[in-house]
Write a protein that binds this ligand. Structure first.
Ligand code: ADP
Length: 239
């Protein structure tokens, strides 16, 4: 974010990849893709590719992590070394640790953890190909995998980001827009509770720009929510 692109990111009201300002990248979601997992999901969001797998509720090890009144939710967001043009150093880093934490905090708002005292629920989110917006793509896939595992939830969590590119508020930044744009606002939302459960802001927005971006991101999240539900329905119609 912040550098200068050598090509204009917006020309005649259209973005580099031809999208309108309020248009998301194409999204494909499939539930139930890993036999060994209790729940799973494969998601493509533009050029992003993410796989999520959920294990649990199951006995939690190490035992000292067990909580007497509720399940312990553990989330791991990870980018594969081959997910970006320059090989990413494998293993956790500050960015993935932070993303894992904010995704866990979002899921904790909906998963009925108190139904499974002392157990553990693990959500693994692996980014196979990254093209900006991966925290929201991972969260979207993770939420579907949790539901696919049959874990009781108040609702799904759906997300989308909006950002600022060449002074315009646009929906769902891709990599060039993320690299050379002026700001990014990823949001995760629980439609049933009308609650925002993740909001991060990178860049400078005026109050008006922020409100416009938030409104646009929420509209995007509501569309993602419909796709998540359709993916879950499709799996259970198949079986
Ligand atoms: P998000 O993926 O949620 O938008 P960031 O804004 O931190 O998160 O990252 C934007 C994009 O930058 C990522 O989707 C990825 O394509 C790229 N990126 C992030 N970290 C790295 C890295 N260590 N090496 C190469 N590219 C990266």
């Amino acid at each position: 974010m912040g550098g200068k692109s050598n090509v204009p990111l917006i020309t005649k009201g259209k973005r580099l990849d031809g999208r309108k300002f309020d248009e998301m990248r194409p999204i494909k979601i499939e539930a139930g893709v890993i036999n060994r997992a209790d729940g799973s999901c494969y998601l493509e969001w533009g050029k992003n590719k993410v796989i999520a797998a959920v294990y649990g509720p199951r006995e939690l090890h190490p035992k000292h992590l067990q909580q007497n009144t509720q399940a312990t939710l553990r989330c791991r967001y990870n980018m594969a070394p081959f997910s970006v043009p320059d090989r990413k150093r494998p293993g956790p880093d500050r960015r993935s640790t932070e993303i894992s934490m904010v995704i866990r905090e979002a899921f904790e708002r909906v998963v009925m953890l108190n139904e499974f005292p002392t157990s553990g629920i693990d959500v693994f989110m692996e980014v196979l190909q990254a093209d900006a917006g991966t925290r929201i793509a991972a969260l979207t896939a993770g939420a579907v995998a949790l539901a696919d595992a049959g874990i009781p939830m108040k609702d799904l969590v759906a997300g989308c980001a909006a950002g600022k590119v060449e002074g315009e508020i646009v929906l769902d930044l891709d990599q060039p827009e993320d690299n050379f744009g002026d700001g990014d606002l990823p949001i995760a939302y629980v439609p049933e509770k009308d609650e925002i459960v993740l909001l991060q802001l990178d860049g400078d927005f005026t109050k008006e720009e922020f409100e416009k971006a938030q409104g646009l991101a929420l509209k995007g999240a509501k569309k993602v929510y419909e796709l998540q539900k359709a993916a879950l329905k499709a799996k259970y119609e198949k079986n």
